[in-house]
Design a binder for this molecule. Structure first.
Ligand code: NAP
Length: 476
């Protein structure tokens, strides 16, 4: 009997759970997870802003091995998704493997012992044979670099750190950043605030959302709908190629939705995007435009110049007074693992390797960083479809690598540099045909490389990673 590989997973969101369950259900028993917070769930624990929910239809948004038939609506809200994750973690006996309050701050490869030595924020250490990062792409909220941001005399918070203790009723609220999160909470802010000012830098393409309750009797229909939404996602992704028919349809539907919901020409003009459809994430909402039309809601498209004690000053010199500022300005998506000091062979820092943008073979393996696997790594994000499908496909590939390590008693596996370079070249070449090169978005590194997204739909990725090619790796 081969000795069990000690496997450590950083995180406890969808990626971490997909990996942990895949491994433990295939006989890898020494699996532990580290979670910096005191609860599991990743982004679905952190994002509790009013209206937080999924914009991927829920019938598709659950693990294939634990399809949730009891979603209460077609686009489930955050509490229900978080409950689902906790339930699955319990059912698969993962919860007890998680050490909570454990923030990994460093990970050092040891050449002599072929292990990863982990350092934690509280000064403790642990050693594992295999390290899986499942910290996600959107786990570090980004406050914008706006002048004077600390001078504001009122209360402010980021959408992913919503302060539910701050009263909003009747108050003057400023919302900076109108993206995927904001279009979900703006209708709620509008319902509560006395005055709401929205600072929009770029308009969004917004499609209607076929939301609604899913009654109990419908539960048996979920599987069928799951298949439908998967196929829909595969077709939708075609719209993310340059100048595609699907893209033109998406743009036409978004324009129709805007025309139908916003009769005022000036406001409509402000809400019309000036970049190709899909270049930033396409959004789904029925209640955003009606919220913006309300009398006490003001849409400001003049650039924000600075924050002052009393509010937000725009480039035209206007001071927009506010009691509360909400930052819906997104996440440090390009940092990948940079919040952790990861050092591989010869002490090389992963942050240095990725200084011009992250890249990894199949999004998972980095040469010179043996026994390090990355879930939801570079170029595995999607512009359409369910990320859970991608995460499961990655978990299955990692599990095959670990099966082989265990069977062959290999103590070290390292992807070959030329294999990684070839893969990255192919991905970047495919990305040249995508819409993402035509605007600034969180998909792009400042160097210009698109490091977040996979250039296609989920099926081709799953096929690409279905079987392990041992020749791609050096086994020691
Ligand atoms: P986001 O989509 O990146 O939106 C950030 C917004 O802030 C954008 O409107 C951006 O404008 C603006 N912004 C950033 N810096 C600014 C500055 N200095 N001044 C003014 N405006 C600024 O962030 P998010 O809404 O938090 O969503 C992030 C991602 O999380 C989404 O793309 C999606 O993948 C995921 N998400 C998913 C769901 C879901 O339903 N599944 C829900 C929420 C979020 P520009 O566009 O001009 O840069």
């Amino acid at each position: 009997m081969s000795p069990a590989l000690r496997i450590g997973i950083i995180g406890s969101g969808f990626g971490a759970l997909a990996t942990a369950i895949e491994l433990t259900t295939h006989g890898h028993d020494d699996v532990r997870l580290w979670e910096r917070a005191d609860q599991l769930g990743g982004v679905w624990r952190d994002n509790t802003y009013p209206g937080a929910g999924c914009d991927v239809p829920s019938p598709l948004y659950s693990f294939s091995f634990a399809v949730n038939r009891s979603w209460s609506r077609r686009y489930a809200k955050q509490p229900e998704i978080h409950d689902y994750l906790r339930r699955v973690a319990d059912e698969y006996d993962i919860t007890r493997r998680i050490r909570f309050g454990a923030e990994v701050v460093s990970a050092q490869w040891s050449e002599t012992t072929s292990t990863w030595d982990l350092g934690f924020g509280d000064g403790t250490t642990e050693t594992v044979d295999v390290l899986v990062s499942a910290v996600g792409q959107l786990s570090r909220p980004r406050r914008p670099a706006i002048e004077g941001i600390d001078d504001f005399a009122g209360t402010s918070f980021h959408s992913a750190e919503w302060d539910h203790g701050v009263p909003l009723a009747g108050r003057r609220v400023a919302a900076i950043g109108i993206g995927a999160s904001a279009i979900q909470y703006v209708p709620h802010l509008a319902a509560e605030a006395g005055e709401l000012t929205l600072f929009q830098r770029s308009a969004n393409y917004i499609l209607p959302k076929p939301d609604g309750p899913l009654p109990r009797w419908y539960q048996r229909g979920i599987e069928g709908e799951r298949a439908f939404w998967w196929m829909f996602g595969e077709q939708f992704s075609r719209g993310l190629e340059d100048d595609s028919v699907v893209g033109r349809i998406n743009a036409a539907v978004a324009r129709w939705h805007l025309r139908r919901q916003v009769p005022e020409p000036d406001l409509r003009e402000q809400l019309t995007p000036d970049y190709p459809v899909g270049c930033k994430r396409i959004l789904f909402a029925n209640d955003f435009y009606p919220a913006v039309r309300q009398d006490h809601v003001d849409l400001v498209t003049d650039p924000v110049r600075r924050i002052v004690g009393r509010g937000v000053e725009t480039a035209d010199g206007t001071l927009h007074e506010a009691d509360v500022i909400v930052y819906g300005t997104g996440f440090d998506s390009q940092d990948f693992l940079s919040s952790i000091d990861v050092r591989g062979l010869d002490g090389e820092r992963l942050a240095d390797r990725w200084a011009d943008g992250a890249h990894a073979h199949l999004g998972m393996y980095v040469p010179g960083f043996p026994n390090l696997f990355v879930s939801y790594g570079p170029n595995t994000n999607l512009g359409g479809g369910s990320i859970i499908y991608m995460l499961e496909a990655q978990a299955r590939h990692m599990r095959q690598v670990l099966d082989r390590m265990r069977a062959g008693r290999w103590e070290r596996v390292d992807v070959r540099a030329e294999v990684e370079a070839r893969y990255d070249g192919q991905v970047q070449q495919r990305l040249e045909r995508s819409v993402w090169g035509h605007c600034e978005s969180w998909y792009r590194h400042p160097s210009g490389r698109i490091t977040s997204n996979w250039p296609g739909s989920t099926g081709p990725f799953a096929r690409r990673v279905r079987t392990l090619d041992p020749e791609d790796f050096a086994w020691t």
